[in-house]
Design a protein around this ligand. Structure first.
Ligand code: LLP
Length: 442
């Protein structure tokens, strides 16, 4: 993240907090979030979208929902809300954190392909801004719960447009074989819209499209946006109901290593989407909707790093000749499952000192009982890397702590916020007592 710098003593610092001191005070492994960097990224989206979708630009405004699945804590929910964002929750847990942070219900959206009755009723009880309906079966369920609570539920329909994206590419198919949303091609999305319009307890506020994650190419968003705007216009024509909103989802990619392409900035994303919405609505002769987006990774990912302590260092001879230096750290796949799960690439840097020892081809591995427990596949590290050194792995703010496990009964690391040269604990380190406390059998 932008707040990382090497101090005069050679150690890395986040927002002025020297990582040697962070490790001494809080232990390792630890996730460190740069508060100012996270806030700046959040605000960057609000400002870019508010500008690009303004009435002056011929559009009807925009809202940014922070996708809490990337990482949510009470402080982070507050920060993003202070920067003008709302929060997208997809479980009772995420909803509870957003509420505990003091967000008003209308600043929260509820997602999920298999929401429980309890999740739906908690959401309605707190007056959430929207529930994104993901199946036909959910329609009477939400309606029943809303009717019993004596409220009208604001709902969106999640539409699968056939556009699927991730990394550098997008593909468009008619029928998507996956669990989310209601298909445009099969007519399921249209059917959902009609059923909702025929249900008093439901207020159909819009259509929703989320096409994937870690997307660097904006074309997929443009294709999906056109498809949902077309459906919105068709529904307006056929029923007279012009849905006021369209959500274009999240999924903007970030840079994990120097080898990754530079992702589009919020201004570029907002400008492109605004142009597509304006042009498509003009062609269709329909007034533009208020547009929302749901970035998660791009808000929190680059703002976080993981700090580890090096343990065992082992040189392993390779078949083709040469040596790979395996550098073991005190965490691994329990705090970052992404390399094992997605083959995700990260990098690492010596954090407690600088070195002019030349470099070795290293692989950073964890302490778990499988060979796929890799943190960084390939990285050049100083040849004198040794036990007791600190390693920083950047860009772990998203889907790190939020997907962490206690595999091998390793307690989960804390999340620290760095600001103005200091750190404070946002989520405390899990202890062995926390983990063992769940074991109540004899
Ligand atoms: N909205 C919806 C409906 C989503 O399903 C997601 C992510 C987002 C927004 C936020 O997407 P983002 O801006 O963070 O890409 N665990 C995977 C990513 C899973 C994304 C799931 N949905 C990973 O670590 O790469």
């Amino acid at each position: 993240s932008t707040g990382v710098a090497r101090s005069a003593g050679g150690a890395l610092a986040v927002a002025g907090a020297d990582l040697r001191e962070v490790a001494a005070e809080h232990g390792t492994p630890a996730y460190v979030l740069d508060e100012a960097d996270l806030r700046r990224r959040a605000r960057g989206f609000t400002e870019a979208f508010t500008d690009a979708f303004s009435a002056d630009a011929g559009l009807a405004g925009a809202d940014v929902y922070y996708a809490g699945k990337a990482f949510l804590s009470v402080a982070v929910a507050r920060w993003v809300h202070e920067e003008g964002l709302r929060v997208d929750a997809s479980t009772a847990g995420e909803l509870a954190v957003a509420l505990r942070a003091g967000l008003p219900g209308e600043a929260i959206g509820l997602h999920g392909n298999n929401k429980s009755d309890a999740e739906i009723s908690t959401a309605l009880e707190h007056g959430v801004g929207r529930i994104v309906v993901d199946s036909l079966a959910e329609i009477p369920r939400v309606a029943g719960i809303a009717a019993r609570a004596g409220v009208r539920a604001p709902v969106m329909v999640r539409v699968t447009t056939g556009v699927h994206a991730g990394g550098h590419q997008f593909i468009a198919t008619a029928h998507e074989d996956q669990k989310f949303g209601l298909s445009l091609a099969s007519g399921a999305a249209r059917k959902a819209v009609e059923e909702i319009l025929a249900t008093d307890a439901l207020d159909l506020i819009g259509l929703h499209s989320h096409i994937g994650s870690q997307i660097l190419d904006l074309d997929g968003f443009a294709v999906a946006a056109r498809a949902v705007l077309r459906l919105r216009a068709e529904v307006a024509q056929a029923t007279g109901h012009l849905m006021p909103e369209v959500d274009l989802g999240g999924g903007y990619g970030i840079r994990y290593t120097d080898a990754d392409d530079v992702p589009p900035a919020p201004d570029e994303i907002a400008g492109r989407l605004a142009a597509v919405v304006r042009e498509t609505c003009q062609e269709l002769g329909s007034p533009p909707p208020r547009v929302s987006i749901e970035p998660g990774r791009s808000v929190v990912g680059p703002a976080g790093l993981t700090l580890y302590t090096v343990g065992t260092v082992k040189d392993v001879a390779l078949d083709g000749g040469g040596v790979r230096t395996y550098v073991s750290v005190d965490g691994g796949m329990s705090d970052n499952i992404r390399p094992a799960l997605y083959g995700a690439a990260y990098t690492a840097a010596l954090a407690n000192r600088s070195s002019d020892a030349g470099t070795v081809d290293a692989r950073v591995v964890g302490k778990h009982c499988e060979s796929g427990d890799i943190v960084v596949h390939d990285v050049a590290l100083p040849a004198d890397v040794r036990a007791g050194d600190l390693l920083a792995v950047p860009a772990t703010g998203a889907y790190g702590r939020s997907m962490a496990s206690t595999y091998n009964l390793v307690p989960r690391p804390p999340v620290l916020a760095a600001a103005d040269g200091r750190t404070r604990v946002l989520v405390r380190r899990e202890t062995l007592e926390d983990v063992l406390g769940l074991d109540v059998g004899t």
